[in-house]
Design a binder for this molecule. Sequence first.
Ligand code: PGA
Length: 249
Amino acid sequence: MARRKLVVGNWKMHGLGSDFVQVEEIESAAAGHPQVDVGLCVPSTLIERASRAVPGLPIGAQDVHPADKGAHTGCLSTAMLADAGASMVIVGHSERREAQHETDEEVRAKAEAALGAGLLTIVCVGESLDVREAGDAVPTVEGQLDASIPRDADATRLAVAYEPIWAIGTGRIPTVEDIGQMHSALRQRLCVAYGDSGEAIRILYGGSVKGSNAAEIFAVEDVDGALVGGASLKAADFIPIIEAAALKA
Ligand code: PGA
């Protein structure tokens, strides 16, 4: 099935108002490649400013609280994100699963709330190096996916990001064979969960994606785009990844 490629930048805890020139350059590059969906998940402090500054570029958040409102100091609800101009959100990033001890159950609750609010929702999964070296990567990540994805999904608004933890920010990436094996296993699980609409859900690869390796990653079956950390901070690094996706669109 033909799926539009989706390339999303994850700025993590990087970015100030003075970095807006990067956001503007990314927006104009994205506009030049309308066959690719591009988005940028900025720190919450920049969501409103970014969505006003670049209305043509979908802006997202990097986390959300599952509740509508309440006594949750420091947290943001889906309605708050949407009100600030966000149209997408990342949930279950491994950095939050590790540092904030987020469980699959919590990730699922966040994903259900975000999808319910109409946000494009990127659910992250991925194995540690120990699990990869023990040969357990595929069943481990399948289990994580099964427990983290919403019970009832709108396939057009759900995406999954496979991000091996050991590949994030390290410059190391799995072989294209390993990426292909994982993405095809995840596709099968999505089809078990959602029937035919599992075919429409985009599965992104994330972890040390760069302009120099994007083309080979995007050529892998069932890789429908990328979640990009470090290489999304500078337009000059991010734009070649958008271009590589456009060539495979
Ligand atoms: P990286 O991060 O591209 O810097 O490896 C990816 C991510 O954590 O989403």
